[in-house]
Design a protein around this ligand. Structure first.
Ligand SMILES: Cc1cc2nc3c(=O)[nH]c(=O)nc-3n(C[C@H](O)[C@H](O)[C@H](O)COP(=O)(O)O)c2cc1C
Length: 387
């Protein structure tokens, strides 16, 4: 019996299988509004009966968008635009999930297929940015990036309110899982990491200080949402940079988050210093980023946090094969498997994996509209010997 295709209940929500569509920015929105592209993209994975479907990183305020084309959720119009997508995901038996994000000092960039670097005069002429960015300290991501404004206590209070407001709107739109994005060098990660946070007030200094903003946001969200809603937090388990955030820090943070109302730690890594995969030591020597991006390279973080902190984890990163995914769950290395690029490449991966692993149809089935045709196709293959 496949464990990848077994259900999992967290608080009041039951996932029909352990496969999760990882949040995937599409950089295809206007004014933060989801449109037919987002419907088409996310509904594909609902037809594939993925257990839980994350919408892409969605900014809690306009200055928190990575690009001018990111999704946002701070008003009613945006909320209403999410509703048909959420409703379709539920109709197909999947759980719609929402990632609350603020890009911080990495906001205001071009789409990755135009280089992903900060917006420039060319973009401004077209009416897109650039805009002022915010961060724990006035330290840019790298050369050529904007110097962000160091946030004061008022900025921090208003940020916390934006997170809570956006979380409530997401639930009103029908989402059933919330995730706080505290990874990949964006605002909340930049508070956590000693690379980007040089503050000496209550939000800086020790790990507890650097984690305070995330802790406050988590508690405020948890206090303002129903008990039945699972709350995830995506972290960069390591910075992969000398003097940066380490796995030991993630263990301590996971414990703080667990006590603040987080149910699942979603274990990613990296991103604090922007695009380059190589960091430079003080003496100018190139330091290879120690994050080797091989098969399942982040699974050990999910495993260790799960074991030592006794909290549920989601593994992500180059999980591509059904048996690989199955083994992660069987060996109790993680509770959920998030997948991104492989699902974009092969959107019905889950349906093929279910077949390969001999999954109980109770946990995953081709939709009726496809099943009769797909079964017939199998018969034709059998008769004609075509594989
Ligand atoms: C096109 C694309 C967009 C992404 N957007 C997001 C995002 O919105 N939020 C996020 O936390 N990670 C984002 N990521 C990272 C993925 O969610 C995932 O963690 C990463 O791709 C590793 O998983 P994979 O090897 O299965 O693709 C993105 C990755 C890609 C390729």
């Amino acid at each position: 019996m496949s464990k990848l295709f077994s259900s999992l209940s967290i608080r009041g929500v039951t996932f029909s299988n352990r496969i999760v569509l990882s949040p995937l920015c599409m950089y295809s929105a206007k004014d933060g509004l989801p449109n037919d592209w987002h419907f088409s993209h996310l509904s594909t994975f609902a037809r594939a009966r993925i257990g839980c479907i994350f919408a892409e990183a969605t900014a809690v305020s306009s200055e928190g968008m990575i690009t001018p084309f990111c999704l946002g959720l701070w008003n009613e119009q945006q909320k209403n635009a999410f509703k048909p997508i959420v409703s379709f995901i539920k109709k197909m038996g999947s759980i719609p999930a929402f990632q609350l994000a603020h890009a911080g000092r990495k906001a205001g960039t071009k789409e990755p297929w135009r280089g992903g670097l900060p917006l420039d005069l060319e973009d401004e002429k077209k009416g897109y940015g650039p805009w002022n960015t915010i961060a724990p300290s006035a330290i840019p991501v790298a050369d050529g990036w904007k110097i962000p404004k160091e946030m004061n206590e008022n900025d921090i209070d208003s940020l916390i309110n934006s997170y809570v407001k956006s979380a409530k709107l997401a639930l009103e739109a029908g989402f059933e899982v919330l995730e706080i994005h505290a990874a990949h060098g964006y605002l909340l990660h930049s508070f956590l990491s000693p690379i980007a946070n040089k503050r000496n007030d209550q939000y800086g200094g020790s790990l507890e200080g650097r984690a305070k903003l995330l802790e406050k946001i988590t508690k405020e969200i948890r206090n303002n949402i129903p008990d039945r809603i699972p709350l995830f937090c995506r972290i960069s388990a390591i910075d992969g940079i000398e003097n940066g955030w380490e796995l030991e820090d993630s263990l301590k943070l996971s414990s703080i988050l667990s006590n603040s109302g987080v149910d699942v730690i979603d274990c990613s890594s990296g991103g604090i210093s922007g695009r380059p995969r190589f960091a430079v030591k003080d003496n100018g020597e190139m330091l290879k980023n120690n994050i080797e991006r091989g098969l399942g390279f982040q699974v050990p973080y999910a495993n260790e946090i799960r074991e030592k902190v006794r909290i549920k984890t989601m593994a992500v990163g180059v999980i591509v094969d059904p048996v690989q995914a199955e083994n992660i769950i069987i060996e109790n290395k993680a509770d959920l498997i998030a997948m991104g690029r492989e699902l974009m490449y092969n959107p019905f991966w889950s349906l093929h994996a279910a077949q390969e692993l001999g999954a109980d149809p109770k946990y995953l089935m081709w939709p009726d509209q496809y099943r009769w045709g797909v079964n017939r196709r199998a018969k034709i293959e059998k008769f004609s010997n075509v594989k």
